[in-house]
Design a protein around this ligand. Structure first.
Ligand code: GZL
Length: 322
C-alpha cells in the first residue's frame, strides 16, 4: 500500500514540475510562451498583420497568448501586466501610441521578460526596456507619398490645395508619416495644406472627416494624402457623394498597399499607394527564437516595401499577399 502511495506522489510531483516551467499554466515542455498584444482590428492592414503573426506563432514550438486592445492603450497595459503575471517567456506588442509605456516595460524588465516591439515604436528614456523593434520606416513612407505628389503635380501651377487624413493621434505611423510628408512637400511653395485631421486609420472616420473637409473647403481640394488606405477608401465614398470624381478631381495617395487599395486603383479612384508590409510574423518568430536561445538580435529590423500606382495594378494585383 505504502509503495503505491509513494509512486502516486512521485507522479503528481512530476506532473506539477512539468507544468511549472515559465509560461504559467502547463505549457508543453520546451515551448516558448509568447504574450502578444495587438492594437486592434481597425484596418485591412491590421487584419493582415494579425493573420501573419498568428500563423507564424502557430508553430508547435510556440504557445501564443493573443490579446486585441481595441485601439486602447489601457487595454494593452492590462494585457502586458497579465502576461507578466502569467510569466510568459517573451512579450511582443504593437504599441497603439508612442508614449506612456515606461512603467509597464520596466515591470517586464524587472520580471526578466524580454519585450519585442512589432509594427509601431515607443518613446522611452531607457532603450534597454525592449530587445528589438521590427517595423517599417514611417518617415520614409511619408516622404515617398510626398515625392509621388510632386511627380504627379509636375507642371501644374499653384496654389495646389492639399488635405491630409492623419492616422491615430499619438501613434508612431501618424507622427512619422506626417513628418516625412511635410519634410518633402513643404519645400515646394505651390502646395497649401488646407486641412489636416485624424481619421484614426478607419474607413468610417476617414469618410466622416473627408465630408467635413469638403464642406469646409467648398469642395476646393486638389490632392488628398491619407495615412492609410482604409481612410482613403472612406474618403473616396465622401468625394463621390459630393459629386466629385476621386482620382481625377482630387488626386489621392495613401499608405499600406492593401487589397482594397489595389481595387480602388483598378477602378481609377485611388492614384497611388505606398506599401507598408504587415507580414511581420515569420521575422517576429525568428527574433523570438533567437532571443530565447540567447542569441544577439539587431536593435532595429526594417521591412522592405515599394510604391504602387494605377498603371502597375494589372501586373501586381495577382501577386499581392495581403
Ligand atoms: C503601420 C500600422 C498602421 C497602418 C494602418 O505599420 O501601424 O496601423 O498603416 C493600421 O492601416 O491601422
Amino acid at each position: 500500500m505504502n509503495k503505491c502511495l509513494v509512486l502516486a506522489a512521485i507522479l503528481v510531483l512530476a506532473a506539477l514540475a512539468g507544468g511549472c516551467s515559465r509560461g504559467g499554466q502547463a505549457g508543453q515542455a520546451g515551448q516558448i510562451t509568447v504574450g502578444f498584444s495587438q492594437v486592434g482590428a481597425e484596418s485591412e492592414w491590421r487584419t493582415a498583420n494579425t493573420a501573419s503573426v498568428k500563423a507564424a506563432l502557430a508553430a508547435p514550438e510556440f504557445r501564443l497568448k493573443f490579446s486585441d486592445a481595441q485601439q486602447k492603450q489601457e487595454n494593452q497595459i492590462k494585457a502586458l501586466r497579465s502576461f507578466i503575471a502569467q510569466r510568459v517567456d517573451v512579450i511582443a506588442f504593437s504599441p497603439v501610441v508612442e508614449s506612456g509605456w515606461e512603467t509597464v516595460l520596466r515591470e517586464a524588465k524587472n520580471a526578466h521578460i524580454p519585450v519585442v516591439l512589432t509594427d509601431r515604436a515607443v518613446k522611452v528614456s531607457d532603450e534597454s526596456l525592449y530587445a528589438t523593434f521590427i517595423g517599417s520606416d514611417f518617415v520614409e513612407e511619408g516622404r515617398k507619398a510626398a515625392r509621388w505628389v510632386l511627380e504627379d503635380s509636375k507642371g501644374k501651377p499653384g496654389p495646389i490645395r492639399v488635405a491630409e487624413l492623419q492616422g491615430t493621434v499619438g501613434s508612431a505611423p501618424a507622427n512619422d508619416r506626417m513628418k516625412g510628408f511635410h519634410e518633402v512637400l513643404d519645400a515646394d511653395p505651390r502646395f497649401q495644406v488646407v486641412r489636416s485631421q485624424s481619421g484614426d486609420f478607419t474607413r468610417a472616420k476617414g469618410k466622416e472627416v473627408m465630408e467635413a473637409f469638403l464642406k469646409a473647403e467648398g469642395n476646393k481640394i486638389d490632392v488628398l494624402f491619407a495615412h492609410n488606405d482604409d481612410m482613403a477608401i472612406g474618403a473616396i465614398q465622401a468625394i463621390e457623394e459630393a459629386g466629385l470624381k476621386p482620382g481625377q478631381d482630387i488626386r489621392i495617395v495613401s499608405i499600406d498597399g492593401v487589397h482594397g487599395a489595389f481595387e480602388a486603383m483598378k477602378a481609377g479612384k485611388l492614384n497611388a499607394t505606398i506599401e507598408c508590409n504587415p507580414l511581420l510574423g515569420p521575422k517576429l518568430a525568428q527574433l523570438i527564437r533567437d532571443i530565447k536561445a540567447g542569441q544577439p538580435v539587431p536593435r532595429r529590423v526594417v521591412v522592405e516595401e515599394g510604391v504602387f500606382t494605377q498603371d502597375q495594378v494589372a501586373a501586381e494585383l495577382p501577386k499581392r499577399k495581403y
